[in-house]
Design a protein around this ligand. Structure first.
Ligand SMILES: Cc1cc2nc3c(=O)[nH]c(=O)nc-3n(C[C@H](O)[C@H](O)[C@H](O)COP(=O)(O)O)c2cc1C
Ligand code: SF4
Length: 652
C-alpha cells in the first residue's frame, strides 16, 4: 500500500461488518444490470465484480424495490430463489477480491414516478397531475415488506442493506420533508412523525434479520429546492430540507439504530445537486457533512463529487467523513480504488462530470454508458482482446480520439505510431478544459498522455504526414483522427473583429468586461457561464428559439447553466441573429426583424465545429487501409470520440 492515501485505504467497521478500505462504490442503477424485478443479470454481476476487482471495498447496488405489494410491481420478494442464486454468485465472486456488497432497498420513488406519496403531490413529470396519498395500512405493508426484503438480501449473502432514501424527493424523502408531507396522523407533523417510517423500517429489519445485520440510510443534507420543479441555485431559498434539520434527522436515525449514514444532497427538483455536473465544485458536500459528523458517532459516508482522492483523504484525516462514496468515477474507471491504494493516481481515467453517458444514458436509453469508458456494460465480454495478427498502425492526430485509438490498438498488440501536427497532445480537450469548472477534462488529457508513455507508444510531435511516410513505414492501417475546428461565419460583416470560442478559452485573445457570446449551444453557454461567474457582463445571442436546445445536453447540466445565468444576470437573446461585428460591440437582428446595436468589449463566436478537411484522398496511395474516426469523421463530443476510436481500434 502507498502511504499517501493510507486513511482512504484503511479498514472501517459498519455495524458488524468490516470493510477493507474507505472507497465505496455509490448506489447506481445501470439499466443493463438488473432483471425487470430487480435481480441481477449476468452483465450486472460482471459489472460489479469488475469494480470489486478494481479495489472498491464496499459496493452498493442501485435502488431495489423492497415492497411489491402496495406498488403492485414485480420485486425481489416475488423471485426469492432466483435472487438468492444470483446473490450467492455475485457475493462469492466479489469475496475473491475482499469486497462486500450492500443492497440498496427502496421504498420507491414516490412522486418522481407518479406513485403514491404521504400526501397528494404534484408529480415530477406533470405537475398538473397529483399523486394519491398512502393509507396507514399501505404504509404498514410497505414497512413490513422492506423487513422481509432485507431478510432475503441477507439470505442471498449480501453484507447489509442501505435504505433508499431520504434524498431526491423519493418516497421516504417525501415523508421526511414538510413541504411534501401534510399528513395529520402519526406519519405527519413533527419531525419525529415525519421520520417515523425510517424508524419502523429498521425495527422491521431488526425483527427479520437480527441486530447484527448492518443497515445504513442515504440522507440528503440539503434539498436545494426553491419549490416544486425549481432548484435554488445558491441554496439560499430553501423550501425543502435545511442542513439544521438534516442534523436533527441524523441524530434521530442514529438513535433508531442505523449503523451509518451515507450523505449526499438534492432532490429531482434540484437535480443538479443530486447529480452534480462538473460545474458543482469537487468536495461541495464537506462543510455540510462536517456538521453531521460532529452530531453523531456512527460512521458518515460522504458522496457527491468526492472522487478526488486528495480531498477525501484529507477529509478523513480531519474527521469530516469516514469514507468516500464514489459514483460516476467508479463507472469511468473500475480500477480507481486499486490505483489510489497503490498511489498510481496519474493512471486513473478521470470522470469528467459530464453526465452524458451515465445518468443521461440511463434516462434516454434505459442503460448506463460512459463518455470515457466504452466498456461499461460489457465487462464480461470485453472487445479489447489481443489481435490475431499484430499490424503496423499509424494514427494521425493526437486529440482524444487519436490517443484512445493508440491506447486500445497498442493493448491489442499492434505496433502503433501516433503523429501529431502541433507540439502538444490533447486537441480540443485543451480549450475544453480551460474553465476552473472543467479541470477534469485536463486530468483526462493527462491520463491519456500518461498512457502514451506507459504503453511506450511512438508519439511523433510536430509531424505533418505524407503518403511517403506511410509507404516507407509499411503501415497496414491509418486511423485519421484529425479532429475539428471552430466555425467562423465568414459572411458576417466584421467577423475578423470577433474572437473564436477556442481562442477565448485558450487566452489567445484578450476578453473584456462586456462580452457577447454568439451561439447558445453547450460550448457557448459554458463560456458564458465562466465569464458570468467571474463577474463580467455577459449577453448570449442565439439564432434558435432557445439556448441549450440539443437533446444531448443532460437536463441537470442544462438546468444549472440556466439557473446560473439567472443568478448572475446574464442576458439571453433567442431567435436573434448576428449581423455585424463592430469594434465596440455587434449589431443583431431581433425576432421582430429590427436591428439593435449591443455594446461590448469582445464578441465571441461559438456556433459549432466543422471537421478538419480529410486527408483520406491525400493518403490514398499510401497502400494502407484508411479509417476516419472522431470529430474528423463526424463532429461530436468526448463520448462519441472515445466510442468511435475504441470501436475502430478493437476492429483492426
Ligand atoms: C446512472 C446513475 C444511477 C444512479 N442511481 C442511484 C440509485 O439507484 N440510488 C441512489 O441512491 N443514487 C443513485 N445515483 C446517485 C449516485 O449514487 C451518486 O449520489 C451521484 O452519482 C453523485 O455522486 P458522484 O459525484 O460520485 O457521481 C445514481 C447515479 C447515476 C450516475
Ligand atoms: S458519462 Fe461522464 S459523468 Fe458519467 S461516468 Fe462517464 S465521464 Fe463521468
Amino acid at each position: 500500500m502507498n502511504t499517501k492515501y493510507k486513511h482512504l485505504s484503511s479498514p472501517i467497521t459498519i455495524g458488524s461488518v468490516t470493510v477493507k478500505n474507505r472507497m465505496f462504490m455509490a448506489p447506481m442503477d445501470t439499466g443493463f444490470g438488473n432483471t425487470a424485478y430487480g435481480g441481477f443479470t449476468q452483465a450486472g454481476i460482471d459489472y460489479f465484480v469488475r469494480r470489486a476487482e478494481g479495489g472498491f471495498g464496499l459496493l452498493f447496488s442501485g435502488g431495489t424495490n423492497g415492497d411489491c405489494v402496495v406498488d403492485g410491481c414485480d420485486g425481489i420478494l416475488n423471485h426469492p430463489e432466483e435472487f438468492i442464486r444470483q446473490g450467492r454468485e455475485l457475493n462469492g465472486r466479489i469475496a475473491e477480491y475482499g469486497a462486500k456488497m450492500f443492497i440498496q432497498l427502496s421504498m420507491n420513488v414516490g412522486r418522481n414516478g407518479g406513485l403514491k406519496t404521504p400526501s397528494p403531490l404534484p408529480t415530477l413529470a406533470n405537475p398538473a397531475v397529483t399523486t394519491e396519498a398512502l393509507t396507514i395500512e399501505e404504509i404498514h405493508t410497505k414497512i413490513a415488506e422492506m423487513g422481509k426484503a432485507a431478510r432475503l438480501v441477507k439470505d442471498a449473502g449480501f453484507a447489509g442493506v442501505d435504505i433508499h432514501a431520504m434524498h431526491w424527493g423519493h418516497l421516504l424523502d417525501s415523508f421526511a420533508l414538510s413541504v411534501m408531507n401534510h399528513r395529520d396522523d402519526e406519519y405527519g407533523g413533527s419531525l419525529e412523525n415525519r421520520v417515523r417510517v425510517a424508524k419502523e423500517i429498521i425495527e422491521a429489519i431488526r425483527r427479520e434479520c437480527g441486530s447484527d445485520f448492518p443497515v445504513t440510510m442515504r440522507l440528503a443534507l440539503k434539498s436545494y429546492m426553491k419549490g416544486f420543479n425549481k432548484a435554488s441555485f445558491d441554496g439560499s431559498e430553501e423550501v425543502g430540507r435545511t442542513l439544521e434539520e438534516a442534523v436533527e434527522i441524523a441524530k434521530l436515525l442514529e438513535s433508531y439504530g442505523y449503523d451509518a449514514l451515507s450523505v449526499d444532497a438534492g432532490t429531482l427538483d434540484a437535480f443538479y445537486y443530486a447529480m452534480p455536473p462538473s460545474y458543482v465544485p469537487a468536495g461541495f458536500m464537506l462543510d455540510m457533512t462536517k456538521q453531521v459528523r460532529e452530531a453523531v458517532s456512527i460512521p458518515v459516508l460522504c458522496g457527491g463529487r468526492m472522487a478526488d482522492p486528495d480531498i477525501s483523504e484529507q477529509a478523513i484525516v480531519e474527521g469530516i467523513i469516514d469514507a468516500a462514496v464514489i459514483g460516476r468515477q467508479a463507472i469511468a474507471d473500475p480500477d480507481y480504488a486499486r490505483l489510489v491504494t497503490e498511489g498510481r493516481t496519474d493512471e486513473i481515467r478521470t470522470c469528467i462530470g459530464c453526465n452524458q453517458g451515465c445518468i443521461w444514458g440511463f434516462f434516454c436509453n434505459g442503460r448506463v454508458s460512459c463518455a470515457v469508458n466504452p466498456e461499461v456494460g460489457h465487462e464480461g465480454e470485453p472487445k479489447l482482446v489481443k489481435a490475431e495478427k499484430s499490424k503496423k498502425v499509424a494514427i494521425v492526430g493526437g486529440g482524444i480520439a487519436g490517443m484512445e485509438a493508440a491506447r486500445v490498438a497498442t493493448l491489442r498488440g499492434h505496433d502503433v505510431t501516433l503523429y501529431e501536427k502541433s507540439g502538444v497532445l490533447g486537441g480540443n480537450l485543451i480549450p475544453a478544459g480551460a474553465h476552473d469548472f472543467k479541470t477534469e477534462i485536463h486530468q483526462l488529457n493527462d491520463y491519456y498522455k500518461r498512457q502514451m508513455q506507459l504503453l511506450h507508444i511512438d508519439v511523433r510531435m510536430n509531424a505533418e504526414v505524407t503518403p511517403d511516410m506511410f509507404r516507407q513505414s509499411a503501415a497496414d492501417t491509418i486511423l485519421l483522427a484529425t479532429g475539428s475546428v471552430p466555425v467562423m461565419p465568414r459572411s458576417i460583416e466584421g467577423i475578423d473583429k470577433a474572437v473564436s470560442g477556442v481562442d477565448a478559452l485558450l487566452g489567445r485573445k484578450p476578453v473584456g468586461q462586456r462580452v457577447i457570446i454568439v451561439g447558445g449551444g453547450l460550448v457557448g453557454c459554458e463560456i458564458a457561464y465562466g465569464y458570468a461567474k467571474e463577474g463580467r457582463d455577459v449577453t448570449i445571442v442565439e439564432a434558435l428559439d432557445q439556448i441549450l436546445n440539443l437533446g444531448s445536453v443532460p437536463i441537470m447540466n442544462k438546468a444549472m447553466l440556466l439557473d446560473g445565468f439567472e443568478h448572475y444576470g446574464t442576458r439571453i437573446l433567442t431567435s436573434t441573429k448576428l449581423k455585424t461585428v463592430l469594434d465596440d460591440g455587434a449589431v443583431v437582428v431581433l425576432p421582430d426583424g429590427t436591428e439593435q446595436m449591443l455594446a461590448a468589449d469582445t464578441v465571441i463566436v461559438s456556433i459549432g465545429y466543422r471537421p478538419v478537411p480529410s486527408l483520406r484522398e491525400a493518403l490514398a496511395d499510401s497502400g494502407a487501409e484508411i479509417i476516419e474516426i472522431g470529430d474528423g469523421r463526424q463532429v461530436g463530443n468526448v463520448l462519441t470520440s472515445v466510442k468511435d476510436a475504441y470501436e475502430a481500434a478493437c476492429n483492426i
